[in-house]
Design a protein around this ligand. Sequence first.
Ligand SMILES: [Zn+2]
Ligand SMILES: [Zn+2]
Length: 167
Amino acid sequence: MDRFFAAHRERGLPVTTQRRAVFEAILGRSDHPTAEQLYDAVRRQLPQISRMTVHRILGAFVSLGLVARTPHPGSAARFDPKLDQHHHLVCLDCGRIIDVEDPRLNRLPWPDINPREFQIEDYHVHFRGRCAGCRQSSKAARVGQKPAARLALSSKSIKPGLKKAAP
Ligand SMILES: [Zn+2]
Ligand SMILES: [Zn+2]
């Protein structure tokens, strides 16, 4: 919360209830929520808040450097309250983004480019693949097609919500 107040104070911006609620909603979340998910969370506290206001506040937070807009192959922008250099595992099935920290990834050599034409500021590695939940459901779907013996392994550990529709 400190950086929230500091950023507003430094720029003489008013700390409104709405801004505060949006920041509180994203702070401590590591699931890289969409604006829509944050809107749902904030609405529980401030039922009057509009979707547009939440989008606008998130945009302001990004320009204030309070949250990052995470590059993501999906269509909806995802927001990340974690600002220090870290990397992501991105699930190709459910879009889940999981933080990865590994000091080796922070020491990758930068490409040899003309710094006058492009100045690199930072970078971020995405590892694309399939998360445990999605791997479980596809395994369960495969197991389901086979007879008896394997069935015992099946559905218990499937997490609802992470499940991809079986083909
Ligand atoms: Zn997944
Ligand atoms: Zn992250």
